[in-house]
Each structure stands twice: as C-alpha cells, then as structure tokens.
Design a protein around this ligand. Structure first.
Ligand code: ATP
Length: 665
C-alpha cells in the first residue's frame, strides 16, 4: 500500500488559507479537532459525519495538500462521487493554485463513478472488441431499440404496459431479466417477443449505442475476462477517495470493490459520507449491501456542523434516520450577525394561498436579514417532488407554488428535453459557477444531441469536452464552424434571451444547419423538430421574473434572488436560508413527518422504506440552511394544540392568506 506524504503544520495552515477558512479550522483551538486526524491519516478509513461537518471541505483540503507533495509521475489519486460537486469545488477553491491545476489533470482522476468506469474500463474494452461507440445516452439508445422492434412486438409490449424502458440488458449475454407480463406473470424467455427484445439490444450494441448503466455491464465483462486489469488500475491509482459514498448503488459498490479492494493489494481508500443523507433510493435497500459504509473498525466521525447553529440542529436532528445528536457551531452571519434563534418559521397554506408562499418567504427574508446578507446570500426554496401531472391534493409539486417553475432545468446535472432547455440549464450553471465555459459546454452538448437525434446512426459519440468535440468534428467545414462560433458568442458571451420570432427565424435555423453538418443529414426529423421547439428561457422585464428557476425580487433594494429546485439538486450545498416546500408522493411528505416535527419521535430505524426515504430527503433539505430555516405546510396538517407545541419547540408559525400572513403569537 502507498505511503502518503506527511502533512505538516505548515501544510494545514496553507490549506486553511487557500480555502478561506480560519487558521484553526482543522485543528481546533486546542489542536485536538478530529478533522486534523483525517487530514493526516495515512490509512484506509471511513469518515461518517453530520451535514455541514465539512466532509467535502476536508476532502478538498486533503487533496490540495497531497497534490503539493505528490511526486509519482504516473500514479495518481482517484476521486469519485455521484455528481461533479467535488470537481467543481476544486475548480472554484483551488483553480487558481498550481496544486488545483495539477489535481485536475494527469495522473489524477476527479469525476463521477460513471465517468471513471466509462473512461478506464467500459469504453476501451468495447473499442478493443471493434465496437465504434456512437452514443452513451439512454434516450437515444432506447428510442433506437424501440424503433427497430417489429410492430407486433411493440404492440404486445404496449398492451401490457411495457415501454421502451424494458429494453435494457443486465449482463453481457443480453439477459433482460424477468419482464412482468400480464397479471403477475413474467414473459417467457423462449417467446418470440423476448427474443426480439434481446435482438434489438444486441443490434444496438453492434451499432455502438448504449444506456449509461450498461457501461457497468461491460466493465464487469472486462474484469471477468481479464482479472489482471485490476492490478494495473490499482497500480495506476494507489489512493481512492470517495465523497457522498452513502449514495453508491449496489452495482456501483460491487464494481468499485472489485476494481480496488478484493483479493491482494487493495489500494488505500478513504470514504466520506453520511447514511442519514442517502437520498438516491434503491428499492427496498438501505444503500449498497456489498462493501457497506461505514466499516465500524475504521470509522472516524466529526462531531459538529460548521454550517448551522444549534437552533437549526435541534429542529433537524429528529429527522435523521439514526440521529447524530447534531451540534451546530455555525449559524452566525459572515459579518458576525448573531444566530437567528427563535426565527425559524413554518408557513401554513391552503389551496388558495399556495402561490403566495414564496412571496411571503421573500418578505420574511427582507425582515430578518440586513442589506449585506440580502444581497450576498444564497436563498432557496426546495421540494421533494418537482414534477406532477395532476392538480389535486395541493401542493403536489414545486410548480403549485410557482407555476413558471420548469422541472427540466432544475437538477444539478440536468438532461433537458429541448435545445432551449439546454441553453437555460447552461445559463443556470454559469450563473452559479461564474464560468462562461459551463454555458458553452451545455450549448455544445445540446448541439451534439440535436445532431444525434437527426441521425442516430451517425458516428457522434460522447466526449468529456463537448465544445472541443464539436470544433473537432467541424474541422474543415469553415462555414459550419463559423456559424457555430457565432452561436457560442451570441448565447454564451452576449447571453441573448431570444424572442420566439428571433428563435424561429434565425437561431433555430442556424442551430439546425450546424447539426446538419455534424450529422451529415439533410432533413430534420420529428424528434429533432421537437427538440428545437420554442420555449421561453427567461425574458427579464418583470420585477419578479423567472430566470432559470431563479426567482428575482427587485421590488425593493437590494434585489434578492431565490433559487427554486428539487431537494436532490441542492445536495451537498450550504444556503443562507432554505424554505422546504410540502409536496406529495402517495401522501403529503411533511405532514407524514409530523411526529418528528413536533418532537414526539425521532429516528427512523425499523420504519417502512417509504418513511425512511421521506425522512432522509427532508433531513437533507432542512440541513442546508446556515442561518434561517423555513417550512411550508398545509394549514390542516396541525390543530391548535399542535401549533402550540411547534412554537414551544422553537418554530414561529404563520398562516398565509390571500391578504398576507397572520402570525400565531
Ligand atoms: N473546518 C471548517 N471550519 C470552518 N468552516 C468550515 C469548515 N469545514 C467546512 N466549513 C464550512 O461549513 C460549510 C459546510 O461544509 P461542507 O459542505 O464541506 O460540509 P459537508 O459535511 O460536506 O456537508 P453535507 O454532508 O451536508 O454535504 C461550508 O460553508 C464550509 O465552508
């Protein structure tokens, strides 16, 4: 196993400085903070700690210090997570340092588990088998398979509520698993229908089209045939760091264990996570069973949260499936504004006032924060469900609070349905990161998707750098290249908000022509037309306007913005204030959690999977707020006595009516 470089006091001081943290951030006033032990640890370990305890910060600090002293030219650190949050954090906090630059390039890997599996196992293996990779994209791939099925097979599937989502294989023999068929039955594997379904999967493999999760199938296939690959990978990456490990699925966990741990010569592995925040549910399962997290013998914990103070800690703690006994050491404003004890609020709404809730939240923010925090703060409103088809049982989804909310552009790693949604998503990412490049990349990704839709069989694959890829593909086609760069300048640099007329008359046509060049097709089929359809991405004349799911309130100075989105999309984040919105899945989420909110019960062990999932989601949501936590729930969720209990527990409670708010005092 590798010996990591020693971490000196100077290294720790340097890390605090580049991350903009106090000098004692990792050592504590008495030098006994367990964070220091994690920074210095030279062994395999699991860090399980509460929200805001600084896991991601610690991981980034450790990487920065390691990068300082790393001198193995061809061996690197592999940093994996579910989102690109760690990568973005490194870019943001360390981007200007040479250590940061080094971390983001060879020999290190910082990215998602999917990205790693593709780059180091599945794609090289498929290429070596002579497969030319056209696309790794569920949408493109499943539509292709569906279109190749005989008509009778499609009809048979449709008649039994089957859809293109059944066309996924589980192993390299193209086994589709048990396909539900009729009442409680399963489709016979020897039937013509099953065989046709298998055949289109095989054909798509030969055509180079894959769903994302099928990359794990091919990675495992490579390891089955050439087990020695793990030896090479372990030599190449002697240190593995995993963030947000609680969200690893069984398949991911099993594969990572196989690559880095099983058998002799396991690599050094340091994992960071929090079981209470496992929100990517895998049916009937509390996280991955293989190689579960944390391993008790090597577990380290960090006792307190730097995000919020004790007033938020006390309100959120009961919702932890295994309560941590949260201790808050944050909650104070950047300029020393005191913790907002006794100001956390529940807004009660009914069918008629649901659309007023976010406005009242904005008014409350203006009341509770001074001008400095209002203009620099990160204010959010989040809900578990952000897409709903029906309008009963209000509020079902975020859209019932804000009709202009667009679920397609919400998630942190969005997969939009139209080109304009790609542009809107890019704009949102660029706004969050301050990097124009995020918008350029999304624009290029949208253009490539359009080209693939125009002609699914052309050789347009996936690359890590979309813009670079488009430029490469257009090399030698000066006209198309010029048009593409014009579009990049217009949308990413000048940031135009097109009107519908301008879109239809100009931009749409230009995007179409670039995609025609990329796909070598001359026609725009119906899928591509749908993708080019007009939708507003944000005209900003009104005082309160929708810009990429950011609600601006410019009615008073300073203008403030509230990011609205799903709970999943704000995982790992720190907000100045968070409003957690009631939403509906089988039942109203927060209402189901009433005994926890009233402080009458805590924890979730032994509860149903659905309750545990509700707890985890709302625990994540309620622990984002550094300064102020608010909830929105239905008025009929509580009786008068219960409102009394909430107030005793530290909540302020207000009823939102069409006229304004009435506080229970
Ligand atoms: N050692 C520290 N000293 C002071 N502030 C810190 C420290 N570590 C983290 N913070 C601050 O606390 C907040 C939360 O940190 P971070 O996001 O790293 O926590 P986390 O444990 O990864 O949270 P979560 O589990 O919710 O994703 C951030 O604002 C960060 O700047």
């Amino acid at each position: 196993m590798i010996e990591l470089p020693e971490v000196s006091d100077q290294d720790v001081q340097w890390a605090c400085k580049v991350l903009g943290l106090p000098e004692t951030a990792f050592s504590g006033p008495d030098g006994a903070d367990p964070r220091l032990g994690v920074l210095r640890a030279n062994a395999t370990l699991d860090v399980e700690a509460c929200p805001g305890s600084g896991k991601t910060t610690l991981l980034v600090a450790k990487l920065a210090i390691l990068a300082r002293h790393w001198n193995a030219a061809e061996r690197g650190i592999c940093v994996l997570s579910h989102t690109n949050a760690a990568r973005r954090e490194i870019e943001k906090k360390l981007g200007a340092t040479s250590e940061g630059q080094r971390l983001l390039s060879y020999p290190h890997y910082v990215g998602t588990i999917h990205g790693f599996v593709n780059e180091y196992l599945a794609l090289p293996w498929l290429r070596s088998k002579g497969i030319k990779i056209e696309a790794v994209d569920d949408d493109v791939c499943l539509k292709w398979r569906w279109s190749k099925l005989p008509f009778v097979t499609r009809r048979a599937l449709e008649q039994r509520q089957g859809s293109l989502h059944r066309l996924r294989y589980l192993n390299s023999d193209f086994d589709l698993g048990a396909i539900p068929w009729g009442k409680g039955g399963v489709l016979n594997r020897a039937s013509a229908t099953y065989q046709h379904m298998q055949r289109v999967c095989q054909d798509s493999y030969k055509a180079g089209l894959f769903c994302h999760d099928e990359m794990f199938v091919w990675a495992s296939d490579l390891l089955d045939r050439y087990p020695e690959v793990t030896r090479h990978l372990r030599h190449r990456f002697p240190l593995l760091m995993i963030d947000e490990v609680q969200d690893n699925s069984e398949v991911q966990s099993r594969l990572l264990q196989r690559i880095f741990v099983v058998g002799g010569h396991a690599v050094m592995r340091q994992r960071f996570g929090d079981q209470n925040q496992a929100i990517y549910s895998y049916q009937g399962q509390d996280g991955a069973a293989t190689d579960s997290f944390p391993i008790e013998d090597i577990k380290r914990t960090i006792p307190n949260s730097y995000r919020f103070g004790n007033s938020v800690a006390a309100l959120a703690d009961p919702l932890g499936v295994s309560p941590h006994g949260l201790v808050g050491q944050g909650g104070v404003g950047r300029s020393g504004e005191p913790e907002l004890v006794g100001r956390h609020a529940i807004f009660l709404l009914d069918d008629d006032s649901v659309e007023r809730v976010i406005d009242e939240y904005v008014a409350y923010l203006r009341q509770e924060f001074g001008a400095a925090e209002l203009s620099s703060g990160d204010f959010t409103a989040v809900g578990a469900v952000h897409r709903a088809d029906t309008d009963d049982k209000l509020p079902r989804s975020i859209r019932h609070y804000w009709p202009e909310y667009d679920p397609e552009i919400s998630s942190a790693e969005p997969q939009p349905n139209t080109l304009l949604q790609y542009l809107a998503a890019g704009r949102r990412l660029a706004e969050l990161s301050g990097e124009t490049n995020d918008l350029v990349e999304k624009l290029a990704e949208g253009v490539l998707r359009l080209a693939r839709l125009m002609s699914p069989e052309t050789a347009i694959g996936k690359r890590r750098r979309n813009h670079r890829y488009v430029m490469d593909l257009l090399e030698g086609n000066a006209d198309a290249l010029e048009t593409y760069l014009y579009l990049v300048r217009a949308f990413a640099v000048s940031r135009v908000f097109p009107t519908q007329d301008r879109w239809e008359a100009d931009y749409r046509v230009l995007f179409e022509s670039v995609a025609h060049s990329l796909s070598a097709s001359h026609a725009t089929n119906s899928a591509a037309n749908g993708f080019l359809a007009w939708s507003e991405i944000g005209n900003v004349d009104a005082a309160k306007a929708k810009r990429n799911n950011v609600l601006w309130d410019e009615t008073q100075a300073p203008a403030i913005k509230v990011r609205v989105g799903s709970i999943h999309s704000v995982k790992g984040e720190t907000h100045t204030a968070t409003l957690v919105l009631e939403t509906f899945y089988y039942k109203h989420h927060l209402k189901e959690l009433k005994p926890w909110l009233l402080g009458q019960t805590q924890g979730g062990n032994g509860r149903t999977d659905r309750i545990k999932q509700r707890l985890r989601l709302h625990y994540v949501a309620m622990t984002r707020a550094a300064r102020l936590l608010c909830l929105a729930m239905r008025t009929d969720a509580f009786n008068e006595a219960e409102i009394g209990i909430l107030r005793e527990n530290g909540w302020r409670v207000a009823r939102v009516t069409q006229e304004g708010v009435e506080w229970f005092e």
